[in-house]
Design a protein around this ligand. Structure first.
Ligand code: 5GP
Ligand code: MN
Length: 348
């Protein structure tokens, strides 16, 4: 298929050789396990469930779906959500699903660090390992079949194109289309981010043939706050946001006590970091949140500042140019101070 990008005709291609490799591996496999990254977002959950359902739709088999953590309740509306095994609830069952599998397919992550505490089972399992992902620098030694495409908006979009290459229009049902649309919606900020290319809209056009009800999916994902969470966001914006308007950055610093005050958990900060970029003169935003043993960092950018590189260099993390994450072990106050210094230097 041809489309135009930066004035040049481009070909959207899914490597045929890899598709055939993947097809052969699927045909041979009798025990398949799909896994996505820890702290799963819409793309992780949507691509894992969508891929499981499309494989089951095209091959007589039952696929296991494992995640390092529970999937947020937000995604409860998705078909097959109840089939997800998580290491939070039953680590042994997740490890068994990985160790007993003859094929493991990773989605929406690029290396074993992103699936702790299941990284050991993933690396030690004798299964044939495939990856369908859109992050840079995949672990090429770990996965023998690799669909690694940072040029795609989301793992969900890539699952659609790989499924389409394998099974044509049979890659979709209404349930599969709803799963894939969910991850596309979250990873593109509902079609607002710069990671969308023409292939995305072609994929979405195909999904739309299955009566997926985009408005209801949008409401499930985005208009679902509890009253406490709404007030918590207000509190964070009023009290926990540092703004450096001259250099164009802002960040939230959220402690365990702050969640407790509102009877919330750290999951409830999902989406908060994006509020930093709502300010006209702010183009780099961050959110630091305290967890029991570490500080998690989310980074966002709306111009050309590469937060993937920044997270990789300073916070043992990574992600994409405009959305990345990382970790720090020096406490909340010191992490905030370090982040502030680093951003001052980088943006001065
Ligand atoms: P979020 O801020 O929403 O947690 O993550 C934004 C993006 O960065 C996602 O694509 C996520 O997969 C990626 N990401 C978040 N944390 C990490 C990390 O610690 N390491 C790497 N490599 N990527 C991360
Ligand atoms: Mn993704």
């Amino acid at each position: 298929m041809l489309f135009e990008l930066n004035g040049q005709k481009q070909m959207l291609t899914i490597d045929t050789y890899k598709v055939e490799q993947f097809r052969d591996a699927l045909a041979e496999a009798s025990n398949i396990t799909i896994m996505a990254h820890k702290h799963p977002d819409g793309d992780a959950v949507g691509s894992a469930l969508g891929l499981a359902l499309t494989i089951e739709h095209n091959k007589k088999c039952k696929v296991n779906i494992v995640l390092p953590n529970d999937a947020p309740d937000t995604f409860q509306f998705l078909p097959a959500y109840n089939r997800i095994l998580s290491a939070d609830r039953d680590k042994e069952a997740c490890e068994a699903a990985l160790m007993n599998a003859d094929m493991i397919i990773g989605v929406d992550f690029n290396n074993a660090f992103r699936v702790e505490p299941l990284h050991q089972a993933l690396t030690e399992s004798k299964a044939i390992k495939a990856l369908i992902d859109h992050h840079e620098l995949p672990d090429e030694a770990l996965f023998s079949i690799l669909f690694s495409r940072p040029d795609f908006s989301s793992a969900c979009e890539l699952v659609y194109w790989v499924g389409k290459a394998l099974w044509g229009d049979n890659c979709l049902t209404q349930d599969i289309a709803r799963c894939l649309y969910t991850g596309i919606n979250t990873d593109t900020g509902c079609f607002a981010y710069s990671n969308a290319q023409p292939s995305l809209y072609e994929a979405v056009a195909a999904l739309m043939h299955y009566d997926i009800q985009p408005e209801s999916i949008y409401n499930e994902i985005n208009n679902n706050f509890s009253v406490d969470r709404m007030r918590f966001f207000g509190y964070c914006i009023n009290n926990l946001l540092t703004i450096n308007e001259a250099l164009g950055y802002a960040y939230f610093t959220i402690s365990l006590k702050d969640y407790e005050k509102f009877h919330l958990s750290d999951e409830d900060t999902e989406g908060l970091v994006n509020y930093t970029l709502k300010m006209k003169n702010i183009h780099v935003g961050a959110l630091l949140k305290e967890q029991s043993d570490r500080i998690r960092i989310s980074l966002r950018s709306k111009r050309d500042f590469d937060v993937n590189q920044f997270a990789r260099t300073y916070f043992e993390g990574g992600g994409h140019i405009k959305a990345a994450g990382g970790t720090s072990y020096i406490g909340l106050t010191y992490t905030a101070h370090r982040l502030d210094q680093l951003l001052k230097e980088a943006l001065a």
